[in-house]
Design a protein around this ligand. Structure first.
Ligand code: 13P
Length: 257
């Protein structure tokens, strides 16, 4: 059910999928199946335009809402952006930050992502900070150094008291949407490294409280072995979060642990 002090977290990253009404329908199905249980944390992260319809469908539910991005400033002349305060006003609890798609397509840097992490924590939004290497970086033996830089620079100024509200997602870029998953051993090796680095940044006691999710083609067929690894505390799910059946199955697998 949980790993010592950490409760499993299954989070769905819908990316640029689902209209407001389609989102409400999906969330309704998820809610009916797992909205009452609280052994496993369940989060859905719809696009901004579906946040309101989803939270309406989630009244009295244990399923929580997250956004996929935000701007670090609270308000101002930043056309097309939304702030932490705006997300809080729609009852978001989590926000995904530094996803590899944002790093790649929108040129987000660790410094900018760091500003967002700090702004999210300040507004009581829980950041899900994404880190992970590309295939070229893995093949060049750079996985750990890439992940370390993303962690150290992304978490500048974050203190130990934020640990319970902080989530890190390890998403090897080569495993996202490709059907290729890291083997449980490969993933655990990086998760353990992340936990140790978090220890250096926040202290070991705080690092033990941070949930580290695996992301990258995670689905019911491969989730159990991944979740059995000592430092894998859940999943950040893309494709398999777009259908209630597979997403609910993932929550049930985590519940069975
Ligand atoms: P897939 O599960 O579709 O590989 O996506 C993973 C991901 O990027 C979640 O943030």
């Amino acid at each position: 059910m949980a790993k010592t002090i950490r409760k499993y977290l299954i989070a769905g990253n819908w990316k640029m999928n689902k209209t407001a009404s389609e989102g409400a329908e999906l969330v309704n199905e998820i809610n009916l199946a797992v909205g009452k249980q609280s052994e496993v944390g369940v989060v859905v992260c719809p696009p901004f335009t579906a946040l309101e319809s989803c939270i309406t469908a989630l009244e009295d539910s244990n399923v929580q809402l997250g956004a996929q991005n935000m701007h670090p400033k609270q308000e101002g002349a930043y056309t097309g952006e939304v702030s932490a305060v705006m997300l809080r006003s729609l009852f978001c609890t989590y926000v995904i930050l530094g996803h590899s798609e944002r790093r790649e397509y929108f040129k987000e840097t660790d410094a900018f992502i760091n500003e967002k992490v700090l702004a999210a924590l300040e507004s009581s939004l829980k950041p899900i900070l994404c880190v992970g290497e590309t295939l070229d970086q893995r093949e060049a033996g750079e996985t750990m150094s890439v992940v370390k830089t993303q962690l150290v620079d992304g978490l500048k100024g974050v203190t130990a008291d934020a640990a319970e509200n902080l989530v890190v997602a390890y998403e090897p870029v080569w495993a996202i949407g490709t059907g290729k998953t890291a083997t449980p051993e490969m993933a655990q090796e990086v998760h353990k490294f992340i936990r140790d680095e978090l220890g250096a940044i926040l202290g070991n006691g705080a690092a033990a409280k941070v949930r580290i999710l695996y992301g990258g083609s995670m689905k019911p067929e491969n989730a159990s072995e991944l979740l059995d690894q000592p430092d894998i505390d859940g999943g950040l799910i893309g494709g398999a979060s777009l259908k209630s059946k597979s997403f609910v199955e993932l929550v049930e697998i985590a519940r069975s642990k």
